[in-house]
Design a protein. Structure first.
Length: 182
């Protein structure tokens, strides 16, 4: 079992969890937000989850309020929003911090394992155009950044926030991991 798989996590309903409980699955870990321009990605992530879950994909959503206060709600409000607006069925977790001094250990390990996101240049430039300092390249850039974890528990790829769930680069990486045995 990897150190990443042992980090204590809390589901949005308060149930304790770890990535070890998802052993043998391909995981797409996404920091999510309800009031972001990228929030419609919930629909694509749910479609991807429904399409590939029988093959072993799990999408894991981690609400975070690190970027312009775009996830201000409580866990209950977030769960209600995701269910009502996007019929989200994939697992959601309690709100955490993905950057800064209070960064959750999960995200410290994810960013250390994959310090560079595939396709992050254009979105980084857009943020700068809005006068937003995107921080260090290894830091999570914004809501809806995606980390792909293989069946073996290793972080294999990281994708920019504006990369949609149906982007061929993301889909190809997921399919390659799904094709591998645990």
């Amino acid at each position: 079992m990897t150190a990443l798989q042992q980090i204590p996590l809390t589901r949005i309903d308060g149930t304790p969890d770890t990535l070890a409980n998802h052993k043998g699955k391909v995981l797409l870990v996404v920091n999510v937000a309800s009031k972001c321009g990228l929030t419609p990605q919930y629909a694509g992530l749910e479609a991807l989850y429904q399409d590939k879950r029988a093959q072993g994909l799990e999408v894991l959503g981690f609400p975070a309020n690190n970027f312009k206060g775009q996830e201000p709600g409580t866990d209950a409000q977030i769960q209600d929003f995701c269910s009502t607006e996007y019929n989200v069925q994939f697992p959601l977790f309690s709100k955490i911090s993905v950057v800064g001094a209070d960064q959750h250990p999960l995200y410290a390990q994810l960013t250390a394992a994959q310090p560079q996101a595939i396709g992050d240049g254009p979105f980084r430039e857009r943020l700068q155009g809005f006068g937003i300092n995107p921080g260090e390249p290894k830091d999570v850039l914004w809501n809806f950044e995606k980390f792909l974890i293989g069946r073996n528990g290793e972080v294999v790829a990281r994708f920019a926030p504006d990369m949609a769930a149906d982007d061929p680069r993301l889909v190809a990486a997921i399919e390659a991991e799904l094709a591998k045995q645990a």
